[in-house]
Design a protein around this ligand. Structure first.
Ligand code: FAD
Length: 677
């Protein structure tokens, strides 16, 4: 797997507050030509102090990342610390360290924590051990970490109950141990799409304080681009990556375990549209895993690694003057051995943009700002500068248009204007193309060798736009659907043959991500499922599984609340529910469906249906220990359902207390589980 990039400058003008400005670098310069690793101890250490010394950095920027965003922000922080202040920072995966020396670091070092919160206040996979370490610290009362200086920023979503819980835990643990926080505790909120702006604001406020603490002042420096790209001729000795996720894939030697960095190419055994008469599309896609060691459990998520469409790859290559040499082979490297490369070496421009980089991602103000230096047209330059500085204008004139970088630049200046932007800069700033996750809609008991998902194809059109926004992964799945189902003239098309034309049968790269969204161990425990839209996906699996076990272990009460627009339009799996019902003892399974647009005078949502069934819900939750499951929209639905249910519980004659607190306890005790996004 290939990590996100950070570029570090090599030789720069550094000034120190306690001294006169010096042209000499504080840290001995590295030779541009020598192999840099020879300057420092070769083996990375799991000890923070040793690693800072080994890499000659004064600041360690830890990221706790699930989807790559925190890692990307850590890179931005490191890069700006260096080119604005000359502070050398090391971007570090929390999982690569033991933290034994964390509290005894000297004042000359600063730790920065950029940590995402995942699910119900959980740490990301790579920060689980650090979370445990902090929990252990909290149990001690005699900590003296007065020399430790740190800065903290959390990546969270206020739609979730445990908003930014991870960074709050870390912050209170460290300050409780006597450590000093530099700047404010930054909280980024993804719910209103302002996470990046929250980060930029926090960074602009924190960086000068951090640099000041380390004795550095700001200097005007050109942005540093330190990834080195060198083109080369094809030869049999070159390990050429044409889209393969790792070396084993390139060599055709596939072996589990199947993970994000080592996904399984799985044949699509079924692809069908599951909306009936709707302008929107929803796909039921099944992947055959019978020839592999891949396993899953009901309630897990499936990661699908997409590729970018032909149209967007071409647009990107053309706008940056790379189209004519799209098949040229290049090597990518860095002067700094601590830098993780964003791409495998060697690869081609076509493969880089098609398979490895998120070229369709939302544009960031940071990227626009970085392009300013390379814009030769003064009018365009001024415009770019304005948009990169003015948050409100950026929101209105860039972000809300749902354009990717190349689409935006197409309408901005002459056609050859952007040819001079160093491609290494772009590759450094554009994030990795990430898998998209889907709640698995098949039961692992009933369908062990086949995993299905239910995905709405992401397409948005706005009267004010001249284009149609198309989501990356779902349109990739749609292209495969049409390839399987018959010729298709629909844009965007994809190169479905895959790297080296190995994808002869339609297949996708997939991996399973374990979740905590699990049925109760005993089939007899009553369950209440609430899942409008594609939130129904895991409940198809749950109901299949309860029905499957029914003869040996009779199912308890099984109630499903579902919501869609209209019966004849987007009622998912309508026929299947009828068949599944016949597998249950009469009266055990029931389904309540809310149609939000069937009756033009009355919108009905799942929470309204909950009210209609209030009496039974109270009985099941309060007196029969039922488990409640909520799946789908995190922004509004999950909150509305929680509020509606709290009211229902509060109205029970025998219930005395705070019904919201009661439901929160259910969450803690894993009797209320959410799978929301
Ligand atoms: P993307 O390209 O990722 O776009 C998604 C959104 O990002 C857009 O709608 C837009 O708001 C924003 N965006 C992207 N690019 C830009 C841009 N250039 N400018 C501005 N905004 C932009 N979905 C399902 O349909 N079914 C499921 O069962 C399901 N389960 C999920 C389970 C989990 C745990 C999670 C985290 C998500 C789940 N999702 C599910 C959502 C799914 O992962 C994807 O987000 C969804 O399919 C869209 O993917 P995409 O690549 O097609 O769209």
């Amino acid at each position: 797997a290939f990590g996100a990039s950070v570029a570090y400058g090599v030789q720069k003008l550094i000034s120190h507050t306690s001294q006169k400005p010096v042209v000499e670098p504080l840290i001995p310069p590295r030779s541009k030509t020598s192999n840099l690793t020879s300057n420092i101890l070769a083996t990375p250490s799991r000890n923070i102090k040793t690693e800072l010394k080994r890499t000659r950095k004064s600041c360690m920027i830890f990221y706790g990342s699930q989807t790559g965003t925190a890692e990307k922000l850590a890179s931005i922080f490191a890069k700006e610390a260096l080119f604005r202040f000359g502070v050398e920072g090391l971007v570090a995966d929390l999982d690569n360290f033991d933290y034994d020396d964390l509290l005894s670091l000297s004042e000359e070092n600063v730790l920065v924590f950029l940590l995402a919160t995942y699910g119900e206040g959980d740490p990301t996979d790579n920060s689980i051990s650090f979370d445990r370490y902090c929990a252990n610290l909290r149990s001690k009362t005699d900590l003296q970490a007065h020399n430790l200086h740190y800065a903290s920023f959390g990546l969270g979503n206020s739609s979730y109950q445990f908003y930014n819980e991870m960074i709050k835990r870390v912050d209170s643990t460290l300050s409780g141990a006597g450590a000093h926080r530099i700047g404010s505790a930054g909280l980024g909120d993804d719910a209103d799409g302002s996470l990046e702006d929250d980060f930029l604001t926090w960074k602009d406020e924190t960086l000068p304080q951090l640099a000041n603490h380390l004795g550095f002042t700001e200097q005007e420096r050109a942005p540093i681009v330190n990834l080195v790209i060198s083109e080369t001729k094809s030869s049999s000795s070159i390990p050429l990556f044409l889209g393969e996720p790792n070396a084993a894939h390139r060599k055709g030697k596939l072996r589990g375990p199947w993970t994000n960095s080592n996904p399984l190419p799985a044949r699509i055994s079924e692809s069908r549209e599951v909306f009936q008469n709707s302008p929107r599309k929803c796909l039921h896609v099944a992947f055959d895993i019978s020839d592999s060691t891949m396993t899953y459990e009901t309630g897990d998520h499936l990661g699908v690694s997409p590729e970018n469409s032909n149209r967007e790859v071409e647009r990107f290559l053309r706008i940056f003057g790379l189209f004519e040499k799209k098949d040229s082979i290049f090597n990518i490297g860095s002067e700094d051995p601590t830098v993780k490369l964003p791409l495998p070496a060697y690869t081609t421009y076509d493969a880089a943009t098609r398979y490895y980089l998120d070229i369709c991602a939302p544009i960031s103000r940071y990227i626009l700002g970085s392009l300013v230096s390379y814009c030769s047209d003064e009018v365009t330059k001024a415009e770019l500068l304005r948009l990169s500085k003015d948050n409100v204008a950026f929101e209105k004139e860039v972000k809300n248009l749902c354009l990717n970088l190349a689409q935006f630049l197409e309408g901005f200046g002459s056609s050859t204007l952007w040819n001079s932007v160093p491609i290494s800069l772009l590759f450094e700033m554009i994030g990795k193309l990430q898998p998209r996750y889907y709640s698995i809609s098949s039961s692992s008991l009933q369908s062990r060798k086949c995993i299905s998902i239910t995905a709405v194809v992401e397409t948005q059109k706005n009267d004010e736009w001249s284009h149609e926004f198309k989501g990356v992964a779902t349109n990739y799945l749609l292209a495969q659907h049409f390839q399987i189902r018959g010729p298709n003239a629909l844009e965007p098309t994809h190169l479905l043959s895959g790297p080296r034309f190995r994808n002869t049968a339609m297949s996708s790269l997939i991996h399973v991500r374990r979740s905590k969204f699990r049925l109760p161990k005993m089939n007899s425990v009553p369950i209440i499922m609430i899942g409008p839209g594609t939130g129904i996906a895991p409940f198809r699996a749950f109901v299949q599984e309860r029905a499957w076990q029914n003869s040996a272990h009779p199912a308890g009460r099984t109630i499903l609340f579902y919501g869609c627009r209209r019966r004849n339009e987007d009622f998912l799996y309508e026929e299947e529910w009828r068949q599944l019902e016949t597998s249950f003892k009469p009266g055990t399974f029931s389904m309540h469906v809310a149609f939000s647009r069937q009756d033009p005078t009355k919108k009905v949502y799942v929470q309204h249906l909950l009210n209609q069934q209030a009496e039974e819900l109270r009985e099941l939750i309060l007196r029969q220990n039922a488990c409640v499951y909520v799946c789908g929209d995190a922004q509004r639905m999950a909150k509305d359902v929680f509020t509606a249910m709290a009211q229902i519980i509060g109205e029970d004659n025998a219930f005395d207390g705070d019904s919201q607190a009661y439901l929160k306890t259910l969450k803690k005790n894993k009797r209320w589980l959410e799978d929301v996004w």
